[in-house]
Design a protein around this ligand. Structure first.
Ligand code: HEC
Length: 194
């Protein structure tokens, strides 16, 4: 009898050994309330929302340009100027646009726009922002939530449809990034035609 109990305990112990890592892995992957899961959801949304396409400087690879992970989402590099816009691309009856190698700087009929630094650097990024400001910017399409209209090609009107919970998760992910010091030049809206 005693022997059976001891053997039973040993078997249970073995199970516990195998189950523990799997269980803790599952908890880490989709823990419903933890900050970890919110950051992971935010990373997922930022990835499918294509924020890196315009807000991350690129590096060239054999497969084409990819986000430079050493300065993820840090916006138009401060030390790089845009090339001159070639003639015949922008005009009263032309609405083409040009961009640079990073896809972070744009010239179009709306003027010149530079994707801002979304990394959590305190002085040059979003380090001093809170969730509320982030949500207001994406819902209103106003620069810093109350300024001028946000210029193309930032598709804020699509992101405005995200739920508060999704936008909060995206902001949590942005907060988890490495802060990159990069003072993006201000965008220059074109004068409105009258
Ligand atoms: C097609 C390019 C493009 C994509 C995709 C894009 N952005 Fe932008 N974004 C820009 C540009 C350019 C600006 C600057 C517009 C301006 O200065 O008026 C901008 C501005 C912003 C601002 C405004 C900052 C402020 O100070 O008010 C925020 C916030 C922002 N983007 C977040 C995001 C997030 C989050 C995503 C992904 C969900 C994203 N953007 C995807 C190009 C893009």
């Amino acid at each position: 009898m005693t022997r059976t109990v001891v053997a039973g305990c040993a078997i249970l112990g073995l199970f516990a050994l195998f189950l523990a890592p799997a269980a803790s892995l599952a908890a880490k992957k989709k823990g419903p309330k933890g900050m970890g899961s919110m950051v992971e959801r935010g990373q997922y949304l930022v990835t499918v929302g294509a924020c890196n396409d315009c807000h991350s400087p690129k590096k060239m690879t054999p497969n084409g340009p990819v986000p430079d992970e050493t300065r993820l989402l840090s916006g138009q590099p401060a030390d790089e100027r845009l090339p001159e816009a070639p003639p015949n691309i922008i005009g009263p009856d032309k609405w083409g646009a040009i961009t640079n190698n990073h896809f972070t700087g744009w010239v179009g009929p709306w003027g010149t726009s530079y994707a801002p630094n979304l990394s959590p650097d305190l002085d040059t990024g979003t380090g001093a922002w809170n969730e509320e400001l982030f949500i207001t910017i994406l819902r209103t399409g106003k620069f810093m939530g109350s300024g001028r209209d946000i210029l193309p090609p930032m598709p804020w009107y699509n992101y405005a449809k995200l739920t508060d919970a999704d936008l909060k998760a995206m902001f949590a992910y942005l907060r988890s990034l490495k802060p990159v010091k990069n003072l993006v030049p201000p965008s220059v809206p074109a004068p409105r035609p009258n």
